[in-house]
Ligand binder design. Structure first.
Ligand code: SF4
Length: 222
């Protein structure tokens, strides 16, 4: 993939507990993912981001592992608030402040420093550990402090649909026009339509309940 032009990668790793990892991913083997992380580092895919959703499985052993990675490698470990979409069978974990507190206890409160202007940081707020570690920790808060107003992401599903928002079922078919020989301008208009469909906010925290999801998060790439 590196030779084909890929230059960075995000990898989901919610826990290093093999049993919980297998449960969360429904079939994954943690050895494969850890090997994949090492391979990505070996071929220089940077920044390499590890996405850690805060599920019930997260514990101090996981935090010790992530801390070690951040000390040794140019990795951004990003803790992401659990989004209560239902249907996963995996429970909510600690909140962001609790995780910050746990990390601060492990590394020492004075060894934390917020950092600005991290390349490609997206919605994460980053911290560095002193003395200077090679990697960083990031915190992403789609629930407690949503960032829809700054969200610039579009997702392309494996079956060729452009999706303006993770939490909306709106999709725009780009595969069919592509197969039918659409011009660059026609395709650009579809992307423009997708951007204009991005919402101002989501409804996950509202009493009105959850949106109607036709696909699971893992089918969208969220
Ligand atoms: S809810 Fe949609 S618009 Fe808001 S941050 Fe998530 S993907 Fe972006």
């Amino acid at each position: 993939m590196r030779e084909a032009g890929l230059d960075r990668v995000n990898i989901s790793l919610d826990t290093v507990n093999p049993i919980m990892f297998s449960r969360i991913t429904t079939c994954g083997r943690i050895e494969d993912t850890l090997l994949g992380i090492q391979s990505a580092l070996d071929v220089g895919l940077t920044p390499l981001k590890l996405n850690v959703v805060l599920t019930e499985s997260l514990c101090e052993t996981d935090l010790q592992y992530f801390l070690e990675q951040v000390r040794r490698f140019p990795i951004a470990v990003r803790f992401i608030e659990y989004m209560p979409l239902g249907g996963t069978g995996i429970g909510n974990g600690p909140d962001i402040e609790t995780v910050k507190g746990m990390l601060s206890t492990i590394v020492g409160a004075k060894k934390w420093r917020p950092i600005e202007n991290v390349k490609g940081n997206g919605p994460a707020k980053y911290y560095q550990i002193l003395p200077k570690a090679r990697g960083t920790f990031g915190f992403i808060t789609p629930i407690s402090d949503h960032f829809c107003g700054e969200c610039n992401r579009l997702r392309l599903t494996a079956d060729g649909k452009l999706r303006p928002c993770l939490l909306s079922s709106k999709e725009i078919d780009v595969k069919t026009p592509l197969r039918n020989g659409a011009s660059d301008r026609e395709l650009a208009l579809l992307f423009h339509e997708a951007v204009s469909e991005k919402p101002q906010g989501h409804s996950l925290c509202r009493a009105s309940g959850y949106p109607d999801f036709k696909r699971k998060m893992s089918q969208i790439g969220g």
